[in-house]
Design a protein around this ligand. Structure first.
Ligand SMILES: [Zn+2]
Length: 411
């Protein structure tokens, strides 16, 4: 099957993640994810893969057995089944040739994808691009990745003489709500030595560093009082929280930072004079910097507690920078990817990812996992689009990684 047909077939299955169901621990959070998982199970069996499994949580795993006796490390490829809850409608994808400065997504609704608003679109002039009708997201995040991985497996079925080591694939649910599928994934029994997620954007992108990420929940307990008798009695927890926020380093917030600059993000503030809860996101590329930020918040809470009493902070780690797992002798997944991009004539653009992805969680669990491009742009939006040539390139890169891994270790 052609890779584009394959991708379009996946977009027909609505796999929008359901945050409410996810919040109460249901996985997969939406039934469409299981429908897609079962669909992929059939395709994997037809492609001759072994150990094809779909767990009750819609985690799909399968193995392409090595066709050589050499001791080649097992490489894995990951994609996620769900799509973002920002847009829930069924996807109506179409292929258009991009010939002018804009693409009409929906004439009746007057929705256009324009180079003015999205300048990177200009580099795809003359190319076929998969877009939506402007009423849904495309779901190339991350169905383009699934299509690229499956296309590679089809390539190896059609070319059994091309030598390769063992390759594992996994499709995970509910990435779009706290990387839940990756968190539930059993890395140890999966048995791969290294892997790659395909969850980046445009052709050439490559992620081998992202945030160290944590959360802080600060609870301020005050003392309520009737205004008649509030003087000297009322201890307003809302104002305590405001003091706390005022002591955060100015400018170290998402709206003032970029590239590798870390921040504190005041995410949520709720309460009354008796009790206020403040939630913050803490992000830093550098492990030391991350630790310092967490320690700073802890210290701040301690000092305020000494002053007013009733201040409790709960600090927790969310995910780690993948770079922490790719140091020294464990940097070979990066060099293999570099060689693979080069062999495909694709210029690699390393992006410090200001976010998390499944591979960050998998790396932390002991399976180092950089992130490859899918070729698509404008994730989570009605303007999401996927140039066909970029999708094909994503599949080529996966093939090249498998070949490069074989060649590198075939001594
Ligand atoms: Zn994604």
């Amino acid at each position: 099957m052609d890779i584009v047909e394959r991708f379009l077939a996946y977009t027909q299955i609505n796999t929008t993640t359901d945050r409410e169901k996810g919040a109460i621990g249901i996985m997969p959070s939406s039934s469409g994810q299981m429908v897609l998982a079962k669909h992929l199970e059939q395709e994997l069996l037809a492609l001759g893969l072994k150990d094809v499994q779909v767990s009750e949580r819609a985690i799909v795993t399968a193995t392409l057995l090595a066709n050589t006796n050499k001791d080649i490390p097992i490489v894995a490829f990951f994609a996620h089944l769900d799509t973002s809850a920002e847009q829930k409608a069924d996807t109506k994808a179409k292929i258009v040739t991009h010939t002018s400065s804009s693409i009409c997504l929906n004439e009746a609704l007057d929705i256009y994808l324009t180079e003015k608003e999205f300048p990177e679109l200009a580099q795809y002039r003359g190319q076929d691009i998969v877009v939506t009708d402007g009423t849904s997201l495309l779901g190339a995040d991350d169905k383009a990745a699934i299509a690229a991985i499956m296309d590679t497996l089809q390539f190896y079925k059609a070319n059994p003489d091309i030598p390769h080591g063992t390759v594992k694939v996994a499709f995970l649910p509910d990435e779009e709500q706290g990387l839940r599928g990756a968190k539930a994934f059993d890395v140890e029994s999966f048995g791969a030595q290294f892997g790659y997620t395909l969850d980046c954007c445009g052709i050439g992108e490559f992620v081998c560093e992202n945030w160290n990420a944590g959360d802080a929940v600060v609870t301020f307990i005050g003392q309520s009082a009737h205004p008649m008798s509030a003087k000297g009695k009322l201890k307003n927890s809302l104002l305590m929280a405001h003091k706390f926020i005022a002591m955060l380093p100015p400018g170290e917030a998402p709206e003032y930072t970029e590239k590798r600059e870390g921040y504190y993000w005041v995410k949520e503030l709720s309460g009354n004079s008796a009790k206020t809860v403040l939630k913050l996101d803490i992000r830093d590329f550098c492990r030391e910097g991350y630790k310092n930020r967490m320690a700073f918040l802890g210290k701040l809470a301690e000092q305020m507690n000494d002053l007013y009493g009733g201040v409790v902070i709960d600090l927790s780690d969310r995910y780690e920078n993948v770079a922490n797992s790719l140091q020294g002798g464990m940097s070979y997944p990066i060099s293999i990817a570099q060689e693979a991009y080069q062999n495909c004539d694709i210029e690699m653009r390393q992006i410090p990812m200001r976010g998390g992805y499944d591979g960050a969680v998998l790396s932390q669990k002991g399976l180092p996992c950089p992130n490859l491009f899918t070729g698509a742009h404008n994730f989570h939006s009605i303007y999401e689009y996927l140039p066909v040539d970029s999708l094909k390139a994503a599949s080529k890169v996966v093939q090249q990684i498998i070949s490069t891994t074989h060649n590198k270790f075939n001594q």
